[in-house]
Ligand binder design. Structure first.
Ligand code: GLP
Length: 226
């Protein structure tokens, strides 16, 4: 576990780890999250990419999850990643993958050699990607109904909870656990209690993030003490 002093330091730590992976293996497969927590890191990666010091031309990026049928394209995670990261990089369009556009996302990931590094945020109910409480460990990419608490947490992107889509598609727990390396990021006091439950409590589908303790190479980056 890496405890940093601030959100800025967390973002730096994460961005530097991604850069190291990209430099060591230019054709790395990344699993990338959306949400507020990775935004600082994406800002740094965007700056460095704008300065042409990063080469994404051989990388492959896989979105962790996506809404099903949001009212507008600007509300999709695809759009989020495009705006906050991809448009600043030389990542080819054909190397950007979205579970909505693919019938066999897990097969696609495997055919690219598997995920090298997957970054995850944590939802306040313990979800990772969109694996909501109750998701079993043996789950691959699947569609699901979002919980009301998740829809509530994400309402600001949609201008109110009623407009938040009810369904999504997500990499499963098994998809995530198959990644060579995992990084879980959590920022701010509101994430302390759930992270504590995930890391120190029993491994259980009640808190999907608890399954991460079954992985041999998981790093947790926070800006608070557990
Ligand atoms: C969303 C995403 C998750 C993300 C989580 C936390 O629901 N599907 O991948 O990790 O929320 O988001 P935030 O970083 O905004 O707290």
């Amino acid at each position: 576990m890496t405890k940093t002093d601030s959100y800025e330091a967390l973002s730096h730590e994460l961005a530097e780890t991604i850069v190291k992976q990209l430099r060591e293996k230019p054709n790395s497969c990344f699993g990338l999250p959306t949400g507020r927590t990775p935004l600082g890191c994406y800002g740094l990666l965007s700056q460095w990419s704008d300065m042409r010091v990063l080469d994404w031309s051989r990388a492959r990026c896989f979105q962790l999850d996506e809404y099903i049928d949001p009212a507008e394209r600007s509300m999709t995670f695809e759009h989020f990643l495009e705006q906050n990261l991809f448009k600043h990089t030389n990542l080819p369009e054909e190397n950007r993958f979205n579970p909505r556009q693919c019938d066999d996302y897990d097969g696609l990931i495997q055919s690219c050699g598997g995920l090298d590094l997957t970054i995850l945020g944590i939802g306040s109910n313990g979800h990772i990607a969109f694996n909501e409480p109750g998701t079993v460990r043996e789950s691959w990419t699947h569609c699901l109904w979002l919980t009301e608490s998740t829809r509530e947490a994400n309402k600001s992107y949609f201008g109110g909870q009623p407009r938040v889509p009810r369904q999504a598609i997500t990499m499963g727990i098994e998809t995530i656990l198959q990644s060579d390396k995992l990084i879980l990021i959590a920022s701010g006091d509101k994430k302390r209690a759930i992270l504590e439950r995930a890391m120190l409590g029993p491994v259980s589908a009640d808190v999907p993030a608890s399954f991460l303790s079954l992985h041999p190479h998981v790093t947790i980056i926070t800006d608070f003490d557990l």
